[in-house]
Design a protein around this ligand. Structure first.
Ligand code: AMP
Length: 170
């Protein structure tokens, strides 16, 4: 199945010059959604992943499905102010200004083997911030899996050698 045919390009969203990769046509197809989840999980089946950590909000959609596929738990990584419990924060630099991600203080331990999931890898800033949060617990970061990789932005470089699995490349 060519998953690329289920991605819709939306020019100038959310601002001029950005081509937004809309995954909703993929989500509404039961076959494409199942294929996506199986393919995201595929390289990690024998890695004894204990936790899938996914990034708000579209990462959650795939992350919980992949957690089920791998028999792992699910850890939400969220924008500031959304998580209710004691948390850790990582701030990262955007094109203009900074952003931050948070994770609960009891989300992981050094025994955990973690897979990070998101929908799109663009500049890599978001995934790199999520990796730093995971590593801060002393947990083992097995890799990162994304549905779409915008290769021209070289986001992999920011992940310093972390194994990155992407299903569709542009
Ligand atoms: P980055 O930190 O630059 O790698 O951006 C990744 C995050 O921004 C992901 O969580 C994506 O959901 C979102 N994102 C970045 N660029 C796009 C795009 N062109 N289309 C859809 N989502 C995007």
């Amino acid at each position: 199945m060519d998953l690329r045919t289920f991605i819709r390009d939306v020019p100038d969203f959310p601002k001029p010059g950005i081509i937004f990769k809309d995954i909703t046509p993929l989500l509404r197809s039961s076959r494409a959604l199942d294929e996506t989840v199986q393919r995201l999980a595929e390289p990690f089946r024998s890695e004894r992943v204990t936790s899938v950590a996914a990034i708000e909000s579209r990462g959650f959609i795939f992350g919980s499905c992949v957690a089920r596929a791998l028999g792992a738990g699910f850890i939400p990584i969220r924008k500031p102010g959304k998580l209710p419990w004691t948390k850790r924060r990582n701030e990262y630099v955007l094109e203009y200004g900074t952003d931050a991600l948070e994770i609960h203080d009891d989300a992981l331990t050094s025994d955990d083997r973690v897979l990070i999931i998101d929908d799109v890898l663009a500049t890599g800033g978001t995934a790199a911030a999520a990796s730093a949060l995971v590593r801060d617990f002393g947990a083992t970061l097995i890799g990162a899996a994304v549905v779409i990789e915008l290769t021209f932005l070289d986001g992999r470089k920011k992940l310093n050698g972390t194994f990155v699995h992407s299903l569709i490349q542009y």
